[in-house]
Design a protein around this ligand. Structure first.
Ligand code: PGA
Length: 253
């Protein structure tokens, strides 16, 4: 079975003490991960190394950065390279989140470069895509997401494509409490898988986890994750509440 992933995206939230308390409270709750289930914590940069060490040895639990730069090193004040992340044991990087595309002007071309540098350092990119409300209302979401994927991922080899994770996040559902229905999410995620199959072949498309993100909560996770092309979630708000996120972990297939 494909890897199923509950990924927390803390965004720019939590003091260091609050983050520690959150993890302690979460780890005290009952959850058991099967071999095909993973939990990934998308943690703010200043706390990454601490949580890599704190979570070290926990089976199937990983730490992700929420961004990285496209270059290896040099005069790029304020940026963080994938090599730096790798050197402290970070294994995943969330890229292309709609907030970064919107507020920091991240282009398809820049995300293509980020995917490449992440893969060449043997980390896992969690590549976000998804449409704004106007596109959904015009019913052109498939074409919109197709362009995001074609322009940032279609240059990959089959071997590289097998190492990525995709998160489909409709922008109108992020932080709004408005979740896509499980059928809406399934329909576009099945489309994404077909698109991947058309480029990389069925076998590769069938092993790429496709997560859903956008107001995933304890009370809707099970229904979403039960859909055949939804392999877990990228979770913002609910990942800041231990009982909520634990229920989301327990909702994985
Ligand atoms: P949300 O955020 O769960 O708060 O909607 C999801 C995300 O932005 O990754």
């Amino acid at each position: 079975m494909r890897t199923q992933i509950a990924a927390a995206n803390w965004k720019m939230n939590l003091s260091f003490n609050e983050a520690n308390t959150l993890i302690d409270n979460l780890l005290a709750l009952p959850h058991e991960l099967t071999v095909n289930q993973q939990v990934v914590f998308g943690i703010p940069f200043p706390y990454l190394q601490h949580f890599v060490e704190k979570l070290n040895g926990k089976q199937n639990v990983f730490v992700a950065a929420q961004n990285c730069y496209t270059k290896t090193s040099g005069a790029y004040t304020g940026e963080t390279s994938v090599q730096m992340l790798q050197s402290i044991g970070v294994t995943h990087v969330i890229i292309g989140h709609s907030e970064r595309r919107e507020y920091f002007n991240e282009s398809h071309q820049m995300l293509k470069e980020k995917v490449d540098i992440i893969l060449s350092n043997n980390l896992t990119p969690i590549f976000c895509c998804g449409e704004p409300l106007g596109i959904r209302e015009a019913e052109t979401q498939n074409q919109f997401v197709q362009q995001q994927i074609e322009e940032s991922l279609f240059h990959l080899s089959n071997d590289e494509a097998r190492k990525i994770v995709i998160a489909y996040e409709p922008i109108w559902a992020i932080g709004t409490g408005k979740t896509a229905t499980s059928q809406q999410a399934q329909d576009i995620q099945a489309f994404i898988r077909q698109l991947l199959a058309s480029k990389f072949g069925e076998e590769t498309a069938n092993i790429i986890p496709i997560l859903y993100g956008g107001s995933v909560k304890a009370n809707n996770a099970k229904e979403l994750f039960n859909m055949p092309d939804i392999d877990g979630g990228l979770v913002g708000g609910a990942s800041l509440i231990p009982s909520e996120f634990n229920a989301i972990i327990n909702a994985l297939k």
